[in-house]
Design a protein around this ligand. Sequence first.
Ligand SMILES: [Zn+2]
Length: 306
Amino acid sequence: MGFQLKGQTIARSMLEHYLSKPAPPLLILHGPAGVGKFSSAEWFIQCSLCEIGTGCGQCPSCRLFARQEHPDYILFPEERVLIGDEKQPAPFTVRWLIRTRLMYPPFKAERRFILIPRADLIQNEAETALLKTLEEPPDHTRFILMVEDLELLKETIISRGVCIPFHLIPSATMSEITGQSDPYILDLMGGSLELSSLILDESFIKLKEKIEDGLGHPMGLHELEIYVSLEKNFQTWKTHLDRSYEEVLDLIGLMILKSSERLPDFPAIADAVFDLKAGLHKRMAGMTHYHLSRFFARLARILFGH
Ligand SMILES: [Zn+2]
């Protein structure tokens, strides 16, 4: 079993079941971000393509898979899925898929697998065309769709597939996966690995100290504001962890909430954090610093009365 299925009891037993029996034409993996849907889907596909059926990592098929070169695994990008031009459909459109892949048997394996990680972004016409395919799926092709919430998919698609539920990961399992026992960190992760790359990065500890300092005295708060307002302080999070400044600010909001939960002024601090988040989410160009400075001024008033 892959580590990615830790804490996902139902999903695990369903996927294991479909490894020993022929998988249905369409599997729909649904549940919150960062709980292992993608890695589980890839593990399932690797095992299905593997020459001995275990995802051994050694056979030619597993090696191709590891290099992301297996010709019978088609991974759609995490963006809008379009129907595609009638004459010359671009790659990763539905017409491209049907004409250049589904019309033909797989290259190497018995079955080909198609993974669409953002099934909620399949556009209308593309959905209709895909639905036709799913009504009479070629026996040599299996589809896996991923979505955070089933409500984002059309009922007609859902009714064609088998839904596999993923849940937030229990705290003890999170601790096992990440090697963290600090309740502050486990709480921030909230049962999902989505933020784990940030939280487990060493600059996180530095930031946490700065936040605790900032909540403790006016000078510390001033320093925190300067630190947080400089986007370049989070450059490594961007380059190594592929996280935008907005995502980092979101995490900082959560950390301030978490670090202040025992303070008498917590309700006012929480209001300020939520207003900051709402302001930042409007994503208006150039407004980030305005929202941040307003937020820190408000925090100074709440905490230190000025
Ligand atoms: Zn193998």
